[in-house]
Design a protein around this ligand. Structure first.
Ligand SMILES: Cc1cc2nc3c(=O)[nH]c(=O)nc-3n(C[C@H](O)[C@H](O)[C@H](O)COP(=O)(O)OP(=O)(O)OC[C@H]3O[C@@H](n4cnc5c(N)ncnc54)[C@H](O)[C@@H]3O)c2cc1C
Length: 380
């Protein structure tokens, strides 16, 4: 990708601040409308939530209504552009192993909703054939909607594709300090733009802090790890557990989830307090990303509590039957968590700020990017 260090004197239709998935998705929405776009990223490339995540484009489990629709649309955009941008879809779909009758009750209620269309319970023979690596449970809910991309490379490939095919100018290692349209003041000088879309991720203090404070967001820190099984096997779809039914709004907000939530609060209280549930996805080299936990604070937490990792690996061992494995990587990730699932606002004419406040940007980012571009064009 051609990275620009000298700022162009041209006036862009839109300058985007932030090279995470939300900034890139906004850039894509803008170029699809025929607008000229520059994207400014303060790092040499994104190193935050957009590359630390599972790359799990999740539909089933997203909050019912508008957010679930965002996820359906975002999944379609990923499916369309991934091959064009050279991004591999590592696997598709989701298997949720149910180990308690209360979880079965949630799954059955979910299947009765519009969100459950095309989802189903696997038959016994399908369980034996499709998910031999899952431990014995009461049933497996299958959702066909999901995709998994390798975020740590997908974000760079997406940026490269936007640059090469759509002519988006990328100014990396460049920080935006302030915006006074048509001027966007950066650490390298001034860019000129008709509109500006700020996608700062967790940085809620640098640009438009008063507006972003309305998101009432805390920072949520997650423990993540990569595991390499000693014996190779192929994961046929992402995996989640009973704890996930109790965490993800699309399940947990169903009235039928109350029994499961109460039960888990009782029998897995440590996991529930640490916000632990299980997601397992696989990379091309056979390794698995497993997580996660949720620790809410006013600031980014620098220290990893290994006891939380133990809760995650314990849940993994309760769910998966893959023999011995080695943990090869640990990392923390952070996202803003607010009152609502997303936050968007126009602090002044021609400027919009937007951040996803529910840890679902890989799943809903493309739909959200379209909303931000729509809002900024309206705000003039
Ligand atoms: C551990 C973890 C696992 C997750 N798993 C999933 C998952 O599997 N599926 C899912 O849907 N979601 C997941 N999420 C959530 C998802 O990753 C986020 O919602 C999404 O990445 C947010 O994207 P973003 O672009 O808003 O933020 P970020 O990725 O934080 O990017 C913001 C960018 O803006 C730049 N920036 C900020 N201010 C400025 C400035 N003034 N000038 C220039 N640049 C600036 C930053 O450098 C950064 O690159 C996960 C999150 C975490 C932390």
């Amino acid at each position: 990708m051609q990275l620009l260090t000298k700022l162009s004197p041209k006036k862009y239709d839109v300058v985007i601040v932030g090279g995470g998935i939300v900034g890139l998705a906004s850039a894509y929405a803008a170029v699809k409308k025929g607008l000229s776009v520059a994207l400014v990223e303060r790092e040499s490339q994104n190193k935050d939530a957009s590359v630390r995540n599972f790359g799990f484009v999740t539909v089933s489990g997203q909050q019912r209504g508008e957010h679930w629709q965002r996820a359906m649309h975002t999944r379609d955009v990923w499916a369309d552009i991934a091959p064009k941008a050279g991004i591999d879809v590592e696997h598709s779909g989701l298997h949720m192993l149910m180990q308690r009758p209360e979880a079965m009750e949630v799954a059955e209620a979910f299947l009765q909703t519009e969100m459950g269309e095309s989802c189903r319970l696997l038959t016994q023979s399908e369980i034996v054939e499709n998910v031999p690596y899952l431990k014995k449970g009461l049933g497996v809910l299958y959702s066909p909607h999901e995709l998994r991309v390798e975020s740590k490379t997908a974000i760079g490939k997406l940026a490269n594709w936007l640059n090469q095919v759509y002519g988006v100018d990328f100014y990396n290692k460049t920080t935006v300090h302030s915006i006074e349209l048509p001027m966007v003041h950066t650490s390298r000088g001034t860019l000129h733009a008709e509109h500006c879309v700020v996608c700062p991720g967790t940085d809620l203090h640098s640009l438009y802090p008063v507006t972003l404070a309305k998101a009432k967001a805390k920072l949520c820190t997650l423990n993540m790890m990569r595991v390499m099984p000693k014996k190779a096997f192929k994961l046929n779809a992402a995996v989640m557990s009973d704890l996930s039914f109790a965490r993800y709004d699309g399940f947990a907000q169903l009235p039928e989830a109350r029994g499961l939530i109460n039960l888990l609060d009782d029998i897995q209280s440590a996991e529930r307090k640490a916000g632990v549930h299980l997601i397992v996805v696989q990379s091309a080299d056979g390794s698995l990303i497993i997580g996660d936990s949720h620790d809410y604070s006013d600031r980014e937490l620098p220290f990893r509590d290994v006891r939380i990792d133990d809760l995650i690996t314990n849940e993994f061992d309760q769910m998966m039957n893959i023999g011995e494995s080695d943990i090869t990587q640990h990392w923390l990730g952070v996202y803003p968590s607010g009152d609502d699932v997303v936050f968007k606002a126009s602090p002044e004419k021609g400027v919009v700020v937007g951040t996803i406040t529910s840890g679902t940007g890989a799943s809903t980012g493309f739909a959200f990017g379209e909303e931000l571009i729509h809002l900024v064009l309206e705000s003039k």
